[in-house]
Ligand binder design. Structure first.
Ligand code: GSH
Length: 213
């Protein structure tokens, strides 16, 4: 059985999408990051970086631990043989659009959101810097999707990992001086209409409500 330690955030949702897409059995272990549960000794023993998501796979009684959302998706893809080609150029193409998310849209949109909505003091330079870079990255994805259905070959971990941050970025930034992002918006609807994606979002929502009482 797989235990997924997570919360209802764009990073926390990625492995839930993947687990649902793969049809694996798993338990959601909700870690309330607003209450600091990601910094408890029990959780730090799973992820020393003190962030969700993290996964423990008990198959074979080994208690194998993986943290970092990109590593979790690669682990699940290799475990199931799904959503990531096994070798060659198609694998590298999938991985490059996967890591584009981990090092690009995730941190940049995260910083934009922080400086725009959460920072104790408004720093226009910081808001503008992360707004511009986030929009540029969304534009790169939009260009990529103009003539294809999915980011890399067939539907893959590249689409699964990019979905949450793009959805959150489009809702926050599409009126903030964005260029036309219609190819990206259409892709978001394609991913969002998949039954596994709908199930994942719903399960996370219910689990958060249960945990928050
Ligand atoms: N690079 C990490 C980022 C994980 C991350 O930033 N998680 C956030 C929630 S979206 C978190 O746990 N924040 C709580 C904290 O930093 O204390 C990944 O992709 O897994």
């Amino acid at each position: 059985m797989i235990d997924l330690y997570t919360w209802q955030t764009p990073n926390g949702e990625k492995p839930v999408l993947m687990l649902e897409e793969c049809g694996l059995d798993y338990r959601l272990r909700m870690i309330d990051i607003s209450a600091g549960e990601q910094k408890t000794p029990d959780f730090l023993a799973i992820n020393p970086n003190g962030k969700i998501p993290a996964l423990v796979d008990d198959e074979g009684g080994q208690g194998h631990t993986v943290f970092e959302s990109g590593a979790i998706l690669v682990y699940l893809a290799e475990k199931t043989g799904k959503f990531l080609p096994a070798a060659g150029p198609a694998r590298h193409e999938t991985l490059q659009w996967t890591f584009f998310q981990v090092g690009g849209t995730g941190p940049m949109l995260g910083q934009w959101h922080h400086f725009d909505a959460a920072a104790p003091e408004r720093i226009p330079y910081a808001v503008e810097r992360y707004r511009k870079e986030s929009l540029r990255l969304l534009g790169v994805l939009d260009d990529r999707l103009k003539d294809r259905e999915w980011l890399a070959g067939d539907y893959s971990i590249a689409d699964i990992i990019n979905f949450g941050w793009v959805r959150s970025g489009l809702s926050g930034l599409k009126d903030a001086g964005a260029r036309d992002l219609s190819a990206l918006m259409a892709w978001t609807e394609r991913v969002g209409s998949r039954p596994a994606v709908k199930r994942a979002i719903e399960k996370l929502d219910v689990a958060k409500r249960d945990k928050s009482g």
